[in-house]
Design a protein around this ligand. Structure first.
Ligand code: HMG
Length: 427
């Protein structure tokens, strides 16, 4: 594993950062970053419709996240100030406390075929059970390439939705290997539709994958020594207890849970975007999972291990992430992102991303229950305000310094400060 000296990384300029992380990059990735090669217009036009151009966002890295005793440098694409700083801050503390432990419980997708107008439901369910082998063979013959790669349809279940017009839902479990699998699952389930209509003597309503990927669950945990929360032992314990209270708050109140989980997705989405993954699918699945107990809840749990003076964190969520397929091979920035990560497989990527979510949540909760979120966030958001006020890049540090001393740190204050600054420097 390549060792990088990360000292001072945050304070360097992008060119210096690039040379610092050079040992992590292949020649191709270094060339892409050095020459600022982005997604080309003609490729973009092949990926989606009606393109006018491409759309850029900041591409950053979180230097070191330790997961299962391996260090990863993690690419983040986000427009929000303080997200990268917060994750870097948290993962540094967690690394000093032994890093993250992550477990991928499974990595399968679920496809659904909904059938209606079935006169004899019990008979239909029995027929599906009896024909399971044949149905799996039909599904697999619709997408033979995934079977060649060692994946494919592996199980079929039924679920009856009792209603005025009952629906019989056939669920197909599919191992999509390194792909997120939307096309594989949709092709297979659509191929099954006509056979299921005959078998059940019913009509098919639709066939589509489910983003509620309960067969792709990942858990990440960490155990943070109290002392990393404050040098003062009493305060460190108090802050840990307050984080536990904050975790309970998000379990009990959906208004809080929504914000709590948004903070988790600050990091998860940033890695999903950098790696060309479908973050809407990941969010939809995780928000559904957050409601599995009948109420929308926070996705993380924090508790105390008083005997060992540790704060224990845990997150479990569905993460059917892809390393192949979709637009992953088409965007040069995505190739660089995978290179920086060390080209992990889908299960390792899911372990890293779950850990990012837990780190992001720890940073936000630590700030919220101690100095408040604005202290750290505004320090970094002030740079965006300065730019929005019209600062030239060389003016930004001066305006940020002055803005941070103001009570009302907003755009109009930034504009007034800039005007005064320019008047004074011109005199
Ligand atoms: P600090 O104590 O002032 O940081 O915290 P520091 O200057 O002592 O630096 C400590 C480390 O943080 C650095 O180590 C970096 O790793 C990182 P060093 O490199 O110096 O050895 N770091 C940075 N990395 C890159 N660029 C930077 C930078 N600054 C620090 N400029 C910090 C500052 C922002 C980390 C802290 O206040 C924090 O974690 N705040 C939380 C911020 C946050 O969560 N932001 C997300 C947006 S708010 C939101 O949307 C979510 C929320 O609503 C979710 C919820 O409610 O649960 C809050």
């Amino acid at each position: 594993m390549t060792k990088i000296n990360w000292a001072g990384f945050a304070k360097k300029n992008p060119k210096e950062r690039l040379s610092q992380i050079k040992p992590l990059l292949s020649k191709e990735s270094y060339y892409i970053l050095e020459n600022k090669i982005l997604l080309k217009q003609d490729i973009a036009s092949q990926i989606v419709e009606n393109t006018l151009g491409t759309f850029a966002l900041p591409f950053s890295v979180v230097p070191e996240i330790e997961v299962n005793h391996q260090n990863y440098t993690v690419p983040f694409v986000t427009e929000e100030p303080s997200v990268v700083a917060a994750c870097s801050f948290a993962s540094k503390i967690i690394k000093r406390s032994g890093g993250f432990k992550a477990t991928v419980h499974n990595r399968q997708m679920i496809g659904q075929i909904a059938l209606y107008d079935i006169k004899q439901i019990d008979q239909a369910i029995n027929a599906i059970k009896k024909q399971k082998k044949q149905l799996l063979a039909i599904a697999n013959s619709a997408h033979p390439s995934i079977v060649k790669r060692g994946g494919g349809a592996i199980d079929i279940k039924t679920n009856l939705i009792e209603d005025e017009s009952p629906l019989l839902v056939v669920q197909v479990l599919i191992d999509t290997k390194e792909a997120m699998g939307a096309n594989i699952v949709n092709t297979m389930t659509e191929a099954l539709k006509p056979y299921l209509e005959i078998l059940t003597n019913g009509k098919s309503l639709m066939a589509i994958l489910s983003n509620y990927a309960t067969e792709s669950l990942v858990t990440a945990t960490c155990a943070i020594n109290y002392r990393f929360l404050n040098r003062d032992k009493i305060k460190a314990k108090e802050f840990s207890e307050r984080i536990v209270l904050a975790s309970n708050f998000a379990k009990k109140d959906p208004y809080r849970a929504s914000t709590h989980n948004k903070g988790i997705f600050n990091g998860i989405d940033a890695v999903c975007i950098a790696t060309g993954n479908d973050w809407r699918a990941i969010e939809a699945g995780a928000h559904a999972y957050a409601s599995k107990n009948g109420r929308y809840e926070g996705l993380t749990t924090w508790r105390l291990d008083e005997a060992n003076e540790k704060l224990l964190g845990e997150i479990t969520l569905p993460l059917p992430l892809a390393t192949k397929g979709g637009s992953i091979g088409l965007n040069p920035s995505v190739l660089v992102a995978f290179d920086i990560l060390g080209n992990p497989d889908a299960k390792i990527l899911a372990s890293i991303v779950a850990s990012v979510g837990l780190a992001q949540n720890f940073a936000a909760l630590r700030a919220l229950v101690t100095e408040g979120i604005q202290e750290g966030h505004m320090k970094l958001h002030a740079r965006s305000l300065a730019l929005l006020a019209g600062c030239l890049p060389n003016e930004v540090p001066f305006i940020v310094d002055l803005l941070l001393k103001e009570k009302h740190k907003n755009l109009s204050t930034a504009e007034k400060i800039l005007e005064n600054y320019r008047n004074n420097t011109l005199e």
